[in-house]
Design a protein. Structure first.
Length: 471
C-alpha cells in the first residue's frame, strides 16, 4: 500500500541511504586501529547528510520530547564552561576538548540526523494486508551493527586456521591479546558488541509480540538474531571478557522476564521454549568462562579486602608492590581487588570535587596523584565508566548524560518497530556496561553520545504514528 502524499517524508530516499551506508562503514571500522581515515570520512559524510533533516524538522526541537537532545547540547556547553572557568589542567583539557569533544559533536550531528531521517521515512510503519512491511533501512542498519562481530569471526578464522592452510595472514586480520599495532581492547568489544546482542534480544521479543505468521519472521529472522547472540557470546568467551559475559547474562535475564510477563499473547510453552534455548546457549558460554576465571569464585572475599583501602594500600601501585591475601589465605585476584578499591577511592574523590576534574580519560589518575603523590603513574581509570564520567564532568555532566539516556527509553513506546526495540535495548545495554567497564575513552565515550542522539532523533517523528497505523 502506498503512502499518501501528505504523509510522505520530505527527506529524499537517496539521502537516507547515504546516511545508512555511512553508519554501516562507521560502526564497522570504529574500533579498528590504523584506519582512522575511513572512520573520519564516514563521520563527516554522515554529519553533513544529517544537517538537512535537522534543519527540515527544526520545529520539532521545541517540544517536550526533545529534552534529551537539549540535555546533550547542555553537556557540550558544560564541557566548554568547565574548560574555561573550572579547569584543573587547562593545557591537557584543551587538548582533549579539541579531540574528544569535537569528535563527539560531529558524531552527535550524524546520529541525530540519522534518527530523524529513519523515524520520518515514508515507508516506516506501512502496513499491508494487516502485516507490517519489512523496513528496508533496518536490514542495512542491523548489518552495520553486526559488523564488529562479523569482522571478529573473520579474524578468528584467519588467525586460527590460516597457518594450517598455508595462508600468510596479514597483520590487520589477526587477533591479538595484548598491545600490538592492530590490537583491539576488550572494552571496545563490550561497548560495540553488547548493544547489538541486546538489540537482537529485543528483535526476538518484538517477533513474539507481532503475531506474524510469515515464514521469514517465523524462522529466518529469529535464527539470524540468535546467530548474532551466539556469535557475540563466542567473542566474549574467546577474548575472556568478564564484563561482556556478565552483562550479556543480565540482558538475557531481562529478556526472559519481559518475555514471560510482557503480555505478548503467545502461549506459555512457546515462551519457555525460547527462554530454554537462550538459557542453554548462555550456560554453554558461561560454564567454561567461569571455570577459566577463578576470580569469579573469590569475588566477594577479594572485595572485602579491597574496600579496606587504608589498611591495604597496594591499590596505589598497580601491582608493583604485590597484593594482599583474602580471608582464605590466598592472594586476591588483581582484577577484583583493584576494581573494588579504585571504585571506593573514586567515590571519595568525586564527593570531594563534585564539579569534576575536566578530563574524560585521565581524571581519576590526575585526582589520585594530587591527593596521593606516591601512586603509580600506571593508575588510569576507576574502571567504572559512570564513575569516570562523574570524576571528569562532575555530577552536573553525569546528570545531563544519564537523563538524556533514560528519556528516550520511556518515549520509545510511541515509536514504531524496529526502532523501538533498538532504542530501548541499545540504551539498556549502554547503561549496564558503563557501570563497571573501563569505557571512559575517546571512541567509547563518543559512541555513547552517538547512541543517545540517535535515539533522541528516532523518538522525534514528524509524522503522527497513530495515523500511520491506520494506513
Amino acid at each position: 500500500m502506498s503512502v499518501p502524499r501528505e504523509l510522505r517524508s520530505a527527506i529524499p530516499e537517496w539521502l537516507i541511504w547515504i546516511q545508512c551506508i555511512a553508519f554501516v562503514v562507521l560502526y564497522a571500522v570504529w574500533i579498528l586501529p590504523e584506519i582512522v581515515g575511513f572512520r573520519n570520512t564516514a563521520l563527516v559524510v554522515g554529519a553533513l547528510a544529517g544537517l538537512y533533516p535537522i534543519y527540515l524538522y527544526r520545529d520539532q526541537l521545541l517540544q517536550k520530547r526533545a529534552i534529551s537532545i537539549w540535555l546533550i547540547v547542555a553537556l557540550f556547553f558544560w564541557a566548554s564552561f568547565h574548560l574555561f572557568f573550572l579547569a584543573h589542567d587547562y593545557a591537557a583539557q584543551l587538548l582533549e576538548y579539541k579531540r574528544i569533544w569535537k569528535y563527539a559533536a560531529i558524531g552527535a550531528i550524524f546520529a541525530f540526523g540519522l534518527g530523524l531521517s529513519l523515524a520520518n521515512a515514508s515507508n516506516s510503519g506501512v502496513v499491508k494486508d494487516g502485516q507490517s512491511q519489512p523496513n528496508p533501512y533496518w536490514r542495512l542498519i542491523f548489518l552495520g551493527l553486526c559488523a564488529p562481530v562479523l569482522i571478529y569471526l573473520l579474524k578468528y578464522v584467519a588467525t586460527t586456521y590460516g597457518p594450517r592452510w598455508g595462508i600468510q595472514v596479514p597483520a590487520y586480520l589477526q587477533i591479538y591479546f595484548g598491545p600490538q599495532p592492530f590490537y583491539v581492547p576488550k572494552t571496545d568489544y563490550v561497548a560495540f558488541c553488547l548493544p547489538p546482542l541486546a538489540i537482537a534480544l529485543g528483535g526476538i521479543q518484538n517477533l513474539f509480540a507481532s503475531h506474524s505468521n510469515s515464514k521469514a519472521q517465523g524462522y529466518i529472522t529469529p535464527s539470524l538474531y540468535l546467530a548474532v547472540i551466539v556469535a557475540t557470546l563466542f567473542l566474549f568467551h574467546i577474548q575472556n571478557i568478564k564484563n561482556g559475559m556478565a552483562y550479556a547474562a543480565l540482558c538475557m535475564l531481562v529478556f526472559a522476564l519481559t518475555l514471560l510477563f510482557g503480555g505478548s499473547g503467545r502461549r506459555i510453552y512457546q515462551k519457555l521454549l525460547v527462554i530454554a534455548i537462550g538459557g542453554g546457549f548462555l550456560v554453554a558460554a558461561l560454564y567454561p568462562h567461569v571455570q577459566k576465571n577463578e576470580s569469579w569464585r573469590t569475588l566477594v572475599a577479594d572485595t572485602k579486602v579491597a574496600l579496606q583501602t587504608d589498611q591495604y594500600q597496594q591499590w596505589k601501585y598497580s601491582g608493583a608492590q604485590g597484593y594482599p591475601n583474602n580471608e582464605f589465605g590466598q592472594m586476591v585476584s588483581a582484577t577484583n581487588y583493584e576494581r573494588a578499591a579504585w571504585f571506593k577511592v573514586g567515590l571519595q574523590l568525586a564527593s570531594q570535587n563534585p564539579v569534576g576534574y575536566g578530563l574524560v580519560e585521565d581524571s581519576f589518575k590526575k585526582m589520585a596523584k594530587d591527593k596521593w603523590p606516591e601512586v603509580s603513574p600506571n593508575l588510569s581509570h576507576s574502571h567504572s565508566g559512570w564513575l569516570d564520567v562523574i570524576l571528569a564532568l562532575g555530577f552536573p555532566g553525569f546528570a545531563f548524560i544519564l537523563v538524556a539516556l533514560l528519556l528516550p527509553m520511556f518515549q520509545a513506546k510511541s515509536t514504531l518497530q524496529p526502532w523501538q526495540s533498538l532504542i530501548r535495548w541499545a540504551l539498556l545495554a549502554n547503561a549496564m556496561l558503563w557501570i563497571t567497564t573501563e569505557v571512559a575513552a575517546t571512541v567509547t565515550f563518543v559512541a555513547l553520545i552517538f547512541w543517545i542522539c540517535w535515539s533522541a532523533g528516532l523518538t522525534l517523528p514528524m509524522v503522527i504514528k497513530s495515523d500511520m497505523r491506520k494506513l
